[in-house]
Design a protein around this ligand. Sequence first.
Ligand code: AHG
Ligand code: MN
Ligand code: MN
Length: 313
Amino acid sequence: MPIEPGKTPFQVDLRLHLRERDEDRDLTRVICELATASRYIIHSIRTGELGVAGTSNLYGESQLKLDVLADRIIRKRMLHTGVIAAIASEEREEIQVVDPDGKFSVAFDPLDGSSLVDVNLAVGTIVGIYKGNDVFKPGREMVAALYILYGPRCTLVYSTGHGTHEFAMNALMEYTLVQENIQMAEKANIYAPGGIRNQYSPAVEAFVSHLEERGSKLRYSGGFVPDINQILIKGQGVFLYPHLRNMPRGKLRMLYELNPMAFLVEQAGGAASNGHQPILDIELEGIDHCEPVFIGSKADVAKVEGLIKTLDS
Ligand code: AHG
Ligand code: MN
Ligand code: MN
């Protein structure tokens, strides 16, 4: 997007960025409400103010777990838009139908990496946005995806299918543009390997050995959002949570985790595969459908696909 003369990129806020790209007004509203939800979530993470229900707090009220609270905050903001058909969340077993004639549906992991909250590592929110009232579609049919990273800074990375863009929350809790059209290099020199190595298949073991021999550095935090963010913002890297001998479908969920991240990484020129086909082409089998994942620099994702074909079949 051309930046107007006299304006630095830091003065372009999220709404303006979407408006200047002529995005659908209602889609803009959904994305901006998600950005608003993140203000409340980051506040709760930083202050430990966890609302009502669950265990008691100082005042004798009960508190929510942070992931349950994040779910409620996002749900409320989504209802507020008036354009939502259905809401699917990792925190709920059932999809909430809001209005079958609504314009968009959302699927989200309200707080990914929630076990990292106690140890003060970075966590995030991941969202996929679909047209109409159905989220049971291949990820390629998403109209937008985004994540919010609650780290030392709070950042938001979104795509509506026209590149992947990074924003950071400022002192006024508004998101301003940091980087437009993130581009990933073909090869990785950092890698983030999930799962237990003695459970790796021959192909995955060979792939990790290949990366190590090439001098790639290990970068794994245990949080999908910060791990993917590192790869996107560094412009190279590969994350894997592969098929394991004791977990053949991997750990990460298509609807809430893999599809949105695959969309963002593909839009930045990277790739995401289950080892056989692109994540975004996989038909969803259910809301809890998991797949192995290899995501990041394109040539390395192709490399592991090749190894799986020859060594794992
Ligand atoms: P969640 O907290 O939503 O259940 O997801 C955690 C995920 C993801 O953040 C991360 O990549 C992965 O689990 C880490 O798993 P391991 O602890 O097995 O490394
Ligand atoms: Mn998760
Ligand atoms: Mn979660």
